[in-house]
Design a protein around this ligand. Structure first.
Ligand code: FMN
Length: 207
């Protein structure tokens, strides 16, 4: 049994749900898993000796949460010492085309450049459009972005684009490599770098 840390950054709460699902899957496999919001771990000493760490965050206006970047900066030694992975939640990751893949990669590359951490495995995860959580200003911007992406602009509902089976495969794959036998068919190698920047015209909603 391994002791695994899952750290996430979230703005509207969707990534928290993904992190909890990852934790639940690995617990079902018999591991001890601690799931924490990155804001709660800043400036604290980690209380356990972790065998693996998964870090995740969502993208707002082209960047991941500052608290995630700070967590990575504070715990680079741990992330380099034990198996680790990064998941990036965004609406762009819901798009199937190659340009979107390059945009997702560019945002992750920016994260790696800013933190100095090159995760061994990167998992892009499609996020959600949660109109019910947005204030009037953000709702307006998100409708414009949704329209551009061909996504629904009916703000009376929320829309979840996350592939939850894929999230579970990612969790099983990570846990599997800790036991020395990768499960779930996930490729545990760094993806190729490169691509264009994904600076969007959405408001900065960091933290
Ligand atoms: C103000 C705002 C800005 C966003 N900017 C981006 C963006 O630049 N690129 C992108 O792919 N998704 C963007 N998104 C979509 C979020 O990444 C997506 O909604 C995600 O599920 C949010 O996860 P969270 O609830 O954990 O914060 C944005 C969402 C909001 C509300």
């Amino acid at each position: 049994m391994a002791t695994i840390l899952v750290v996430y950054g979230t703005t509207e709460g969707h990534t928290a749900g993904i992190a909890e699902r990852i934790g639940a899957v690995m617990r079902d496999l018999g591991h001890e898993v601690h799931v924490h919001d990155s804001r709660d771990l800043l400036k604290t000493t980690l209380e356990h000796a972790y065998d693996g760490v998964i870090v995740g965050g969502s993208v707002h206006a082209g960047v991941h949460q500052r608290s995630v970047r700070e967590f990575v900066g504070q715990h680079r030694d741990l992330l380099d010492r034990v198996p680790s992975a990064f998941f990036s939640v965004s609406l762009t990751a819901a798009e199937p085309d190659e340009e979107a893949k390059r945009d997702v990669q560019a945002v992750v590359d920016k994260f790696a450049q800013e933190t100095g951490w090159q995760p061994r495995h990167i998992e892009p995860i499609a996020g959600a459009l949660v109109y019910s959580q947005y204030n009037i200003f953000v709702r307006h911007i998100m409708k414009l972005i949704a329209k551009r992406l061909g996504r629904p602009t009916d703000a009376s509902q929320d829309y979840d684009y996350t592939d939850w089976d894929g999230v579970e495969r990612f969790a099983r794959g990570f846990a599997g490599q800790l036991g020395g036998s990768p499960e779930g068919g996930t490729e545990w190698a760094p993806p190729p770098g490169g691509g264009q920047s994904d600076e969007r015209d959405a408001s900065e909603a960091d933290e």
